[in-house]
Design a protein around this ligand. Structure first.
Ligand code: FES
Length: 338
């Protein structure tokens, strides 16, 4: 089940806004099959910092055209070891470890009208979906794109190029919090006008997503046509922010290598974090739900599984979980590594 990491070569590093880069990676002939992707998917990249390997997911912005470099958008995250390393040190010619593309945030009905909301670097998968929707013949595509300020907005030239080539099919509303304040549910709801039967796609920080969902509800938008990429907690554009401290701390009992240990897991943190802090030899690699190295079985207790591409519903039904993509729900739980 574990995916094999490949080495890709960086072919381009272009500044995007004031605190991000567009990183382009070459896929060699022997890797083409592994690196086929659909618009809206992401790559998982590894960076070694002070001897430790860290993996993070970044949405693909390039077109799914075989033989062309794959580009991802990387924005600095305060204290984020991978994003800052890439923004400071990535140079053309360097090799970079990558897992094959993954993710389910793709067009539900290609060619149909689409209403898209992007907040900050959430524009990366949304941009890819816009281009795909237009290429597939969508008659109307509308983007609401919110940023902190103009300086930090990304992919502006690329969006304008799409806009001018779309023959009136693409409408874009830019929103800058520093000038306009946070968009209200009424503003977000107003975007649905004329697109009541479209599919909606959302990607951005958690409060932004909550506000859009509230706006769509106000507008009476069918929730079944709302698709969202969980920007922080789930797969896709994984940020390097701290876990949200919601819920209660738990006691986790781990059976591993013939021994049993009980360790605390903090509220909102994934099980693997508690295991590693306690020094348990829990197998792991990507820490992003991609490689399946940290698979273990839930014996007792209740958990919240965050989205991942490495396990499917059948695996979950059999009790498997990924320690790096699972949080405790019950106060006590027990897992066993194979
Ligand atoms: S460490 Fe890779 S899936 Fe958990």
């Amino acid at each position: 089940m574990a995916k094999r990491a490949h080495s890709l070569t960086i072919t381009g590093v272009a500044a995007q806004g004031s605190d991000a880069i567009l990183l382009s990676l070459e896929v060699e002939a022997g890797q083409l099959q592994s690196f086929r992707f659909q618009s809206g998917q992401y790559l998982t990249l590894a960076v070694s910092v002070q001897g430790n390997e860290f993996w993070r997911c970044y949405s693909i912005t390039s077109e799914p055209v075989e033989g062309q470099p794959i580009s991802v958008l990387v924005r600095r995250v305060a204290g984020g070891c991978v994003s800052n390393w890439l923004c400071d040190h990535a140079r053309p010619g360097q090799p970079l470890k990558a897992l094959p593309p993954a993710g389910r945030f793709t067009l539900a009905r290609p060619g149909q009208p689409a209403l898209l909301y992007a907040g900050g670097s959430g524009i990366a998968p949304i941009f890819a979906l816009i281009r795909e929707a237009l290429a597939q013949g969508a008659a109307r595509v509308r983007l609401f794109y919110a940023n902190r300020d103009r300086a930090s907005a990304m992919l502006l030239a690329e969006l304008e190029a799409l806009h001018s080539g779309a023959c009136g099919r693409l409408q874009i509303e830019y929103w800058y919090d520093a000038e306009q304040g946070l968009p209200s549910p009424a503003v977000l709801a107003a975007q649905t006008q004329g697109l009541e039967h479209a599919d909606a796609y959302l990607c951005g920080p958690e409060p932004f997503m909550r506000a859009i969902n509230a706006g769509l509800q106000v507008a009476g938008f069918d929730p079944l046509r709302v698709h969202q990429e969980d920007f922080g907690a789930a797969g896709g554009q994984q940020t390097e922010e701290e876990a949200e401290p919601d819920g209660e701390a738990a006691q986790l009992t781990v059976q591993i290598k013939g021994e049993t240990h009980t360790v605390p897991v903090n509220a909102g943190e994934v099980l693997l974090a508690g295991m590693l802090r306690a020094g348990l030899p829990a197998p792991h690699a990507c820490q992003a739900g991609e490689c399946a190295s940290c698979m273990c079985r839930l014996l007792t207790g209740e958990v919240q599984r965050l989205e991942s591409s490495a396990l499917d519903d059948d695996d979950a039904a059999e009790g498997w979980l990924l320690a790096c993509r699972t949080r405790a729900v019950s106060a006590t739980l027990r897992v066993r590594f194979p």
